[in-house]
Write a protein that binds this ligand. Structure first.
Ligand SMILES: NC(=O)c1ccc[n+]([C@@H]2O[C@H](COP(=O)([O-])OP(=O)(O)OC[C@H]3O[C@@H](n4cnc5c(N)ncnc54)[C@H](OP(=O)(O)O)[C@@H]3O)[C@@H](O)[C@H]2O)c1
Length: 348
């Protein structure tokens, strides 16, 4: 359990990464009560300095002794590092909020989205898991609507930005797009292909392409990312038999994930009722005016905290169906912001 203090000693594990750097901005923006901040990364980053609240802090190499005197660990250094190091952090008295997938489905580890199931955090035994980015943004509107009418089935297709796969993948898209911008446009097929040696992080060229595979394939022919959406949504919403099917696609967008969500409910809900319910839910911004061409898009949502919902309309192919388009910044609400909100629950 975290002892109440005026200010806390906080370690950011993976501080140099895509999520880690957003952690630092969010801790600053939200004026999180910090006494000492410890920035941890791999030996590749030894000697680097990062800016926090106007001062330069050294990055130190993560090891099992990194957590002495630390109250809260915000972890985003990948699942294997979480498995190896978070038990040491817990033993030395810290409470950990973990962004990786390492502990999400452990029965004793709460999986928390503060607007949806904040009370779950209380049962932690030292580790609280932050859900997958694509799951977090979907469960806010799902929970809002489920309070009106029980959800029967969800069909979701995601359009996930490259930053969801980390810093190196952002750079790979940037390099490919830069290379292709040098070549003159032509209608010849193949003129927008990069050289094979420019493809290393993604399975295929990412620029001007869509890749319908995020993470590895499982025996049931779904990807791990798709099944994370199923299992994590059930756990967060507390509906173990919720029917959900997902298709996850990586798209050549730098920041913010978009999702096309189709839901079937027990009771009918009109577009107007859905808009009212979603507007009243914390953390959601409804952006939906077809006459003014108003709907959320990644470029509009990057850098923002809320989950944006638009294109809300009844699905007239089934009895009680609704379609919506859900966009959120994966590095903020999908990762660092959600984790800092969990830490805020702990110190409240
Ligand atoms: N990106 C997202 O939208 C998102 C959303 C939800 C959850 N997550 C999860 O957050 C974690 C980090 O993702 P990311 O996108 O920030 O990745 P990233 O940009 O690749 O950053 C990885 C971070 O982990 C550190 N790291 C890697 N290997 C290490 C080691 N052996 N020892 C210590 N530190 C090590 C890296 O340090 P160096 O710089 O020194 O290599 C870097 O700070 C992953 O578990 C990911 O699944 C990401």
């Amino acid at each position: 359990m975290l002892k109440k203090k005026e200010r806390y000693n906080v370690a950011v594990m993976g501080a140099t990464g895509a999520v880690g750097s957003v952690f630092l901005s969010i801790l600053e923006e939200r004026d999180f009560p910090i006494n000492e901040i410890r920035l941890l990364a791999s030996d590749r980053s030894a000697g680097k300095k990062l800016n926090f609240r106007g001062r330069q802090y050294p990055v130190t190499v993560l090891d099992k002794d990194s957590f002495k005197g630390i109250d809260i660990v915000l972890a985003s250094a990948g699942a294997s590092r979480s498995i190896e190091f978070l038990p040491h952090a817990v033993r030395s008295g810290a409470v950990c909020v973990d962004n990786s997938s390492a502990f999400r489905m452990e029965p004793t580890v709460p999986l928390v989205v503060p607007e949806v199931n904040p009370e779950a955090a209380k049962a932690h035994q030292g580790i609280i898991a932050n859900p997958n980015c694509s799951t977090i943004q979907m469960v806010l509107p799902l929970m809002a609507l489920n309070r009106h009418s029980r959800l029967k089935r969800i069909v979701v297709s995601t359009f996930q930005s490259v930053s969801g796969a980390g810093q190196q993948n952002i750079l790979e898209l940037e390099t490919q797009a830069g290379e292709l911008s040098k070549t003159e446009w032509s209608s010849r097929i193949g003129s927008h292909n990069v050289k094979p040696d420019m493809v290393s992080k993604f399975a295929y060229q990412m620029a001007f392409n869509l890749i319908p595979q995020i993470d590895v394939f499982l025996e049931n022919n779904y990807t791990k990312e798709e099944m994370k959406m199923v299992y994590e949504t059930r756990k967060i919403m507390g509906i173990p038999d919720l029917r959900l099917t997902a298709t996850c696609v990586r798209v050549p967008v730098y920041f913010a994930h978009s999702e096309c969500v189709n839901i079937e409910m027990e009771k009918k809900i009109t577009r107007e009722e859905a808009i009212e319910i979603l507007r009243a839910f914390p953390g959601i911004t409804v952006m939906d005016d077809p006459l003014k061409k108003e709907y959320p898009m990644p470029l509009m949502v990057e850098g923002k905290d809320n989950v944006f919902v638009g294109r809300i309309r009844e699905d007239d192919s089934i009895a009680n169906g609704l379609n919506m388009w859900v966009v959120a910044d994966n590095l903020r609400k999908g990762a660092a912001l959600n984790a800092v909100q969990i830490a805020e629950l702990l110190i409240r």
